[in-house]
Ligand binder design. Structure first.
Ligand SMILES: *[C@@H]1O[C@H](CO)[C@@H](O)[C@H](O)[C@H]1NC(C)=O
Ligand SMILES: *[C@@H]1O[C@H](CO)[C@@H](O)[C@H](O)[C@H]1NC(C)=O
Ligand SMILES: *[C@@H]1O[C@H](CO)[C@@H](O)[C@H](O)[C@H]1NC(C)=O
Length: 372
């Protein structure tokens, strides 16, 4: 072979390499485009959309004292559209008590998804009731909401007694008046998981217009939950849930943290999951570990990814995003009660866009919108 021929051969080999490389990259992008929801853009001109408000007061039914129930922080909202109005149910903390903050759930509404009015008092809160041992005095945290096929709303929320977080369920016909139904796992397997640390219940839904309606698969409702790994549970009535177990009788792990990645320390369900053409889409939150995670994200950063699960086997992952699609970068996302947090809990199809609501640094609430 002459020197020239040799050069041409090398050139051809490199070209082939480049072409194959491009094709692979395109495939990945195409794959992403096929199943990922979005892209989303943070709405900077209105964010953060909700901030703490020290003027709103309420008589706490346990202490009988007037408390400034949303004076310290507001964050981690659920979202739902009712009669063409978008509602947020959000976590609010006061400065009171041994934890320097009891959490309650406030209500806000909007007709553009960006500007909100808020109810002067919380709509669900610890009371002198059967849930008090679980809810006092940490409170009621991190709601997710779905609509049932009969029009009732079901909220999963975290009760916190100061030691253990337990997932609980409440329902409402109108988003204002709530009935507590107790712990989600109270009865399952003779109460075996009643005192298990549990959080973040994202029920599987199907979109119908501007609503996400709880949807059965094989005659059961499904929920993803957990804030270490993500686990699954099933229910026939949306109130009583049964964790999905593996062959060893342990909690079946559906999604695990990934070393070397943004989701290296923990994974945690985000907004309600949704059945799409490609499977069940779940947006999830995750925490980065400085020691074995993504070196470009600060230690402890909460960023969010997406995963697609098999609609015929909801515990089976089909696709998982390589990277995060939302992460803390604005000042109010970086600094707050807990630094470097974008925590996604509210997702609503509204006025021909997807609206995604999230807590920022456990202190404020912001919105991102899908591009039209
Ligand atoms: C809570 O309710 C019980 C009865 O259900 C009552 O005896 C008690 O006084 C109530 N406590 C407060 C602080 O209202
Ligand atoms: C309560 O929290 C606020 C804000 O996070 C902080 O400034 C204050 O010092 C805390 N108070 C106590 C008693 O810990
Ligand atoms: C990251 O944060 C955790 C606490 O969340 C801490 O234990 C660990 O030492 C931190 N790692 C680094 C490298 O700062």
């Amino acid at each position: 072979m002459t020197k020239l021929q040799n050069h041409i051969l090398v050139l051809f080999a490199s070209l082939t390499f480049v072409i194959i490389g491009c094709a692979q990259q395109q495939d990945n992008e195409k794959d992403n485009k096929n199943w990922v929801l979005g892209p989303f853009k943070k709405v900077d001109r209105v964010n953060p959309i909700l901030k703490p408000d020290s003027s709103s007061t309420f008589e706490d039914p346990i202490s009988h004292k007037i408390v400034h129930w949303e004076a310290k922080d507001v964050f981690n909202p659920a979202a739902v559209v009712r009669h063409d109005t978008l509602f947020l149910l959000y976590r609010a903390e006061d400065y009171v008590g041994k934890f320097n903050g009891t959490s309650r759930i406030g209500l806000a509404w909007s007709t553009d998804g960006l500007h909100f009015n808020r109810n002067p008092e919380p709509v669900i809160y610890p009371g002198n009731d059967s849930m008090k041992p679980y809810e006092w005095e940490g409170g009621i945290e991190d709601p997710r909401i779905v609509e049932a096929p009969d029009g009732m709303y079901y909220m999963t929320y975290t009760t916190y007694d100061g030691e253990v977080a337990r997932l609980a369920v409440a329902s409402s016909p109108d988003l204002r008046h709530w009935i507590k139904h107790g712990l989600a796992f109270e009865d399952a397997y003779d109460g075996r998981f009643k005192d298990t640390w549990s959080k973040s219940g994202a029920i599987v839904t199907k979109q119908k217009g501007q609503q996400l309606i709880a949807a059965k698969i094989d005659n059961k409702y499904w929920m993803y939950w957990g804030d270490t790994n993500i686990y699954a549970a099933t229910s026939t009535n949306l109130k009583d849930w049964k964790p999905v177990l593996n062959d060893d009788g342990k909690l079946e792990i559906v999604i695990e943290p990934r070393k070397g990645n943004f989701d290296s320390q923990l994974v945690e369900s985000g907004p309600p999951a949704m059945i799409t053409k490609e499977g069940i889409l779940l947006i999830y939150n995750s925490k980065n570990s400085a020691d074995e995670g993504d070196p470009d994200l600060p230690n402890g950063t909460y960023a969010a990814g997406q995963v697609m699960l098999d609609a015929n086997n909801p515990a089976e992952v089909l696709h998982r995003s390589d990277s995060y699609f939302i992460h803390p970068e604005k000042s109010y996302e970086i600094t707050g009660q807990v630094n470097n947090v974008c925590f996604l809990e509210g997702l609503a199809p509204y006025k021909n866009s997807w609206f995604l609501y999230y807590g920022t640094a456990d202190s404020r609430i912001a919105v991102a919108k899908s591009l039209e």
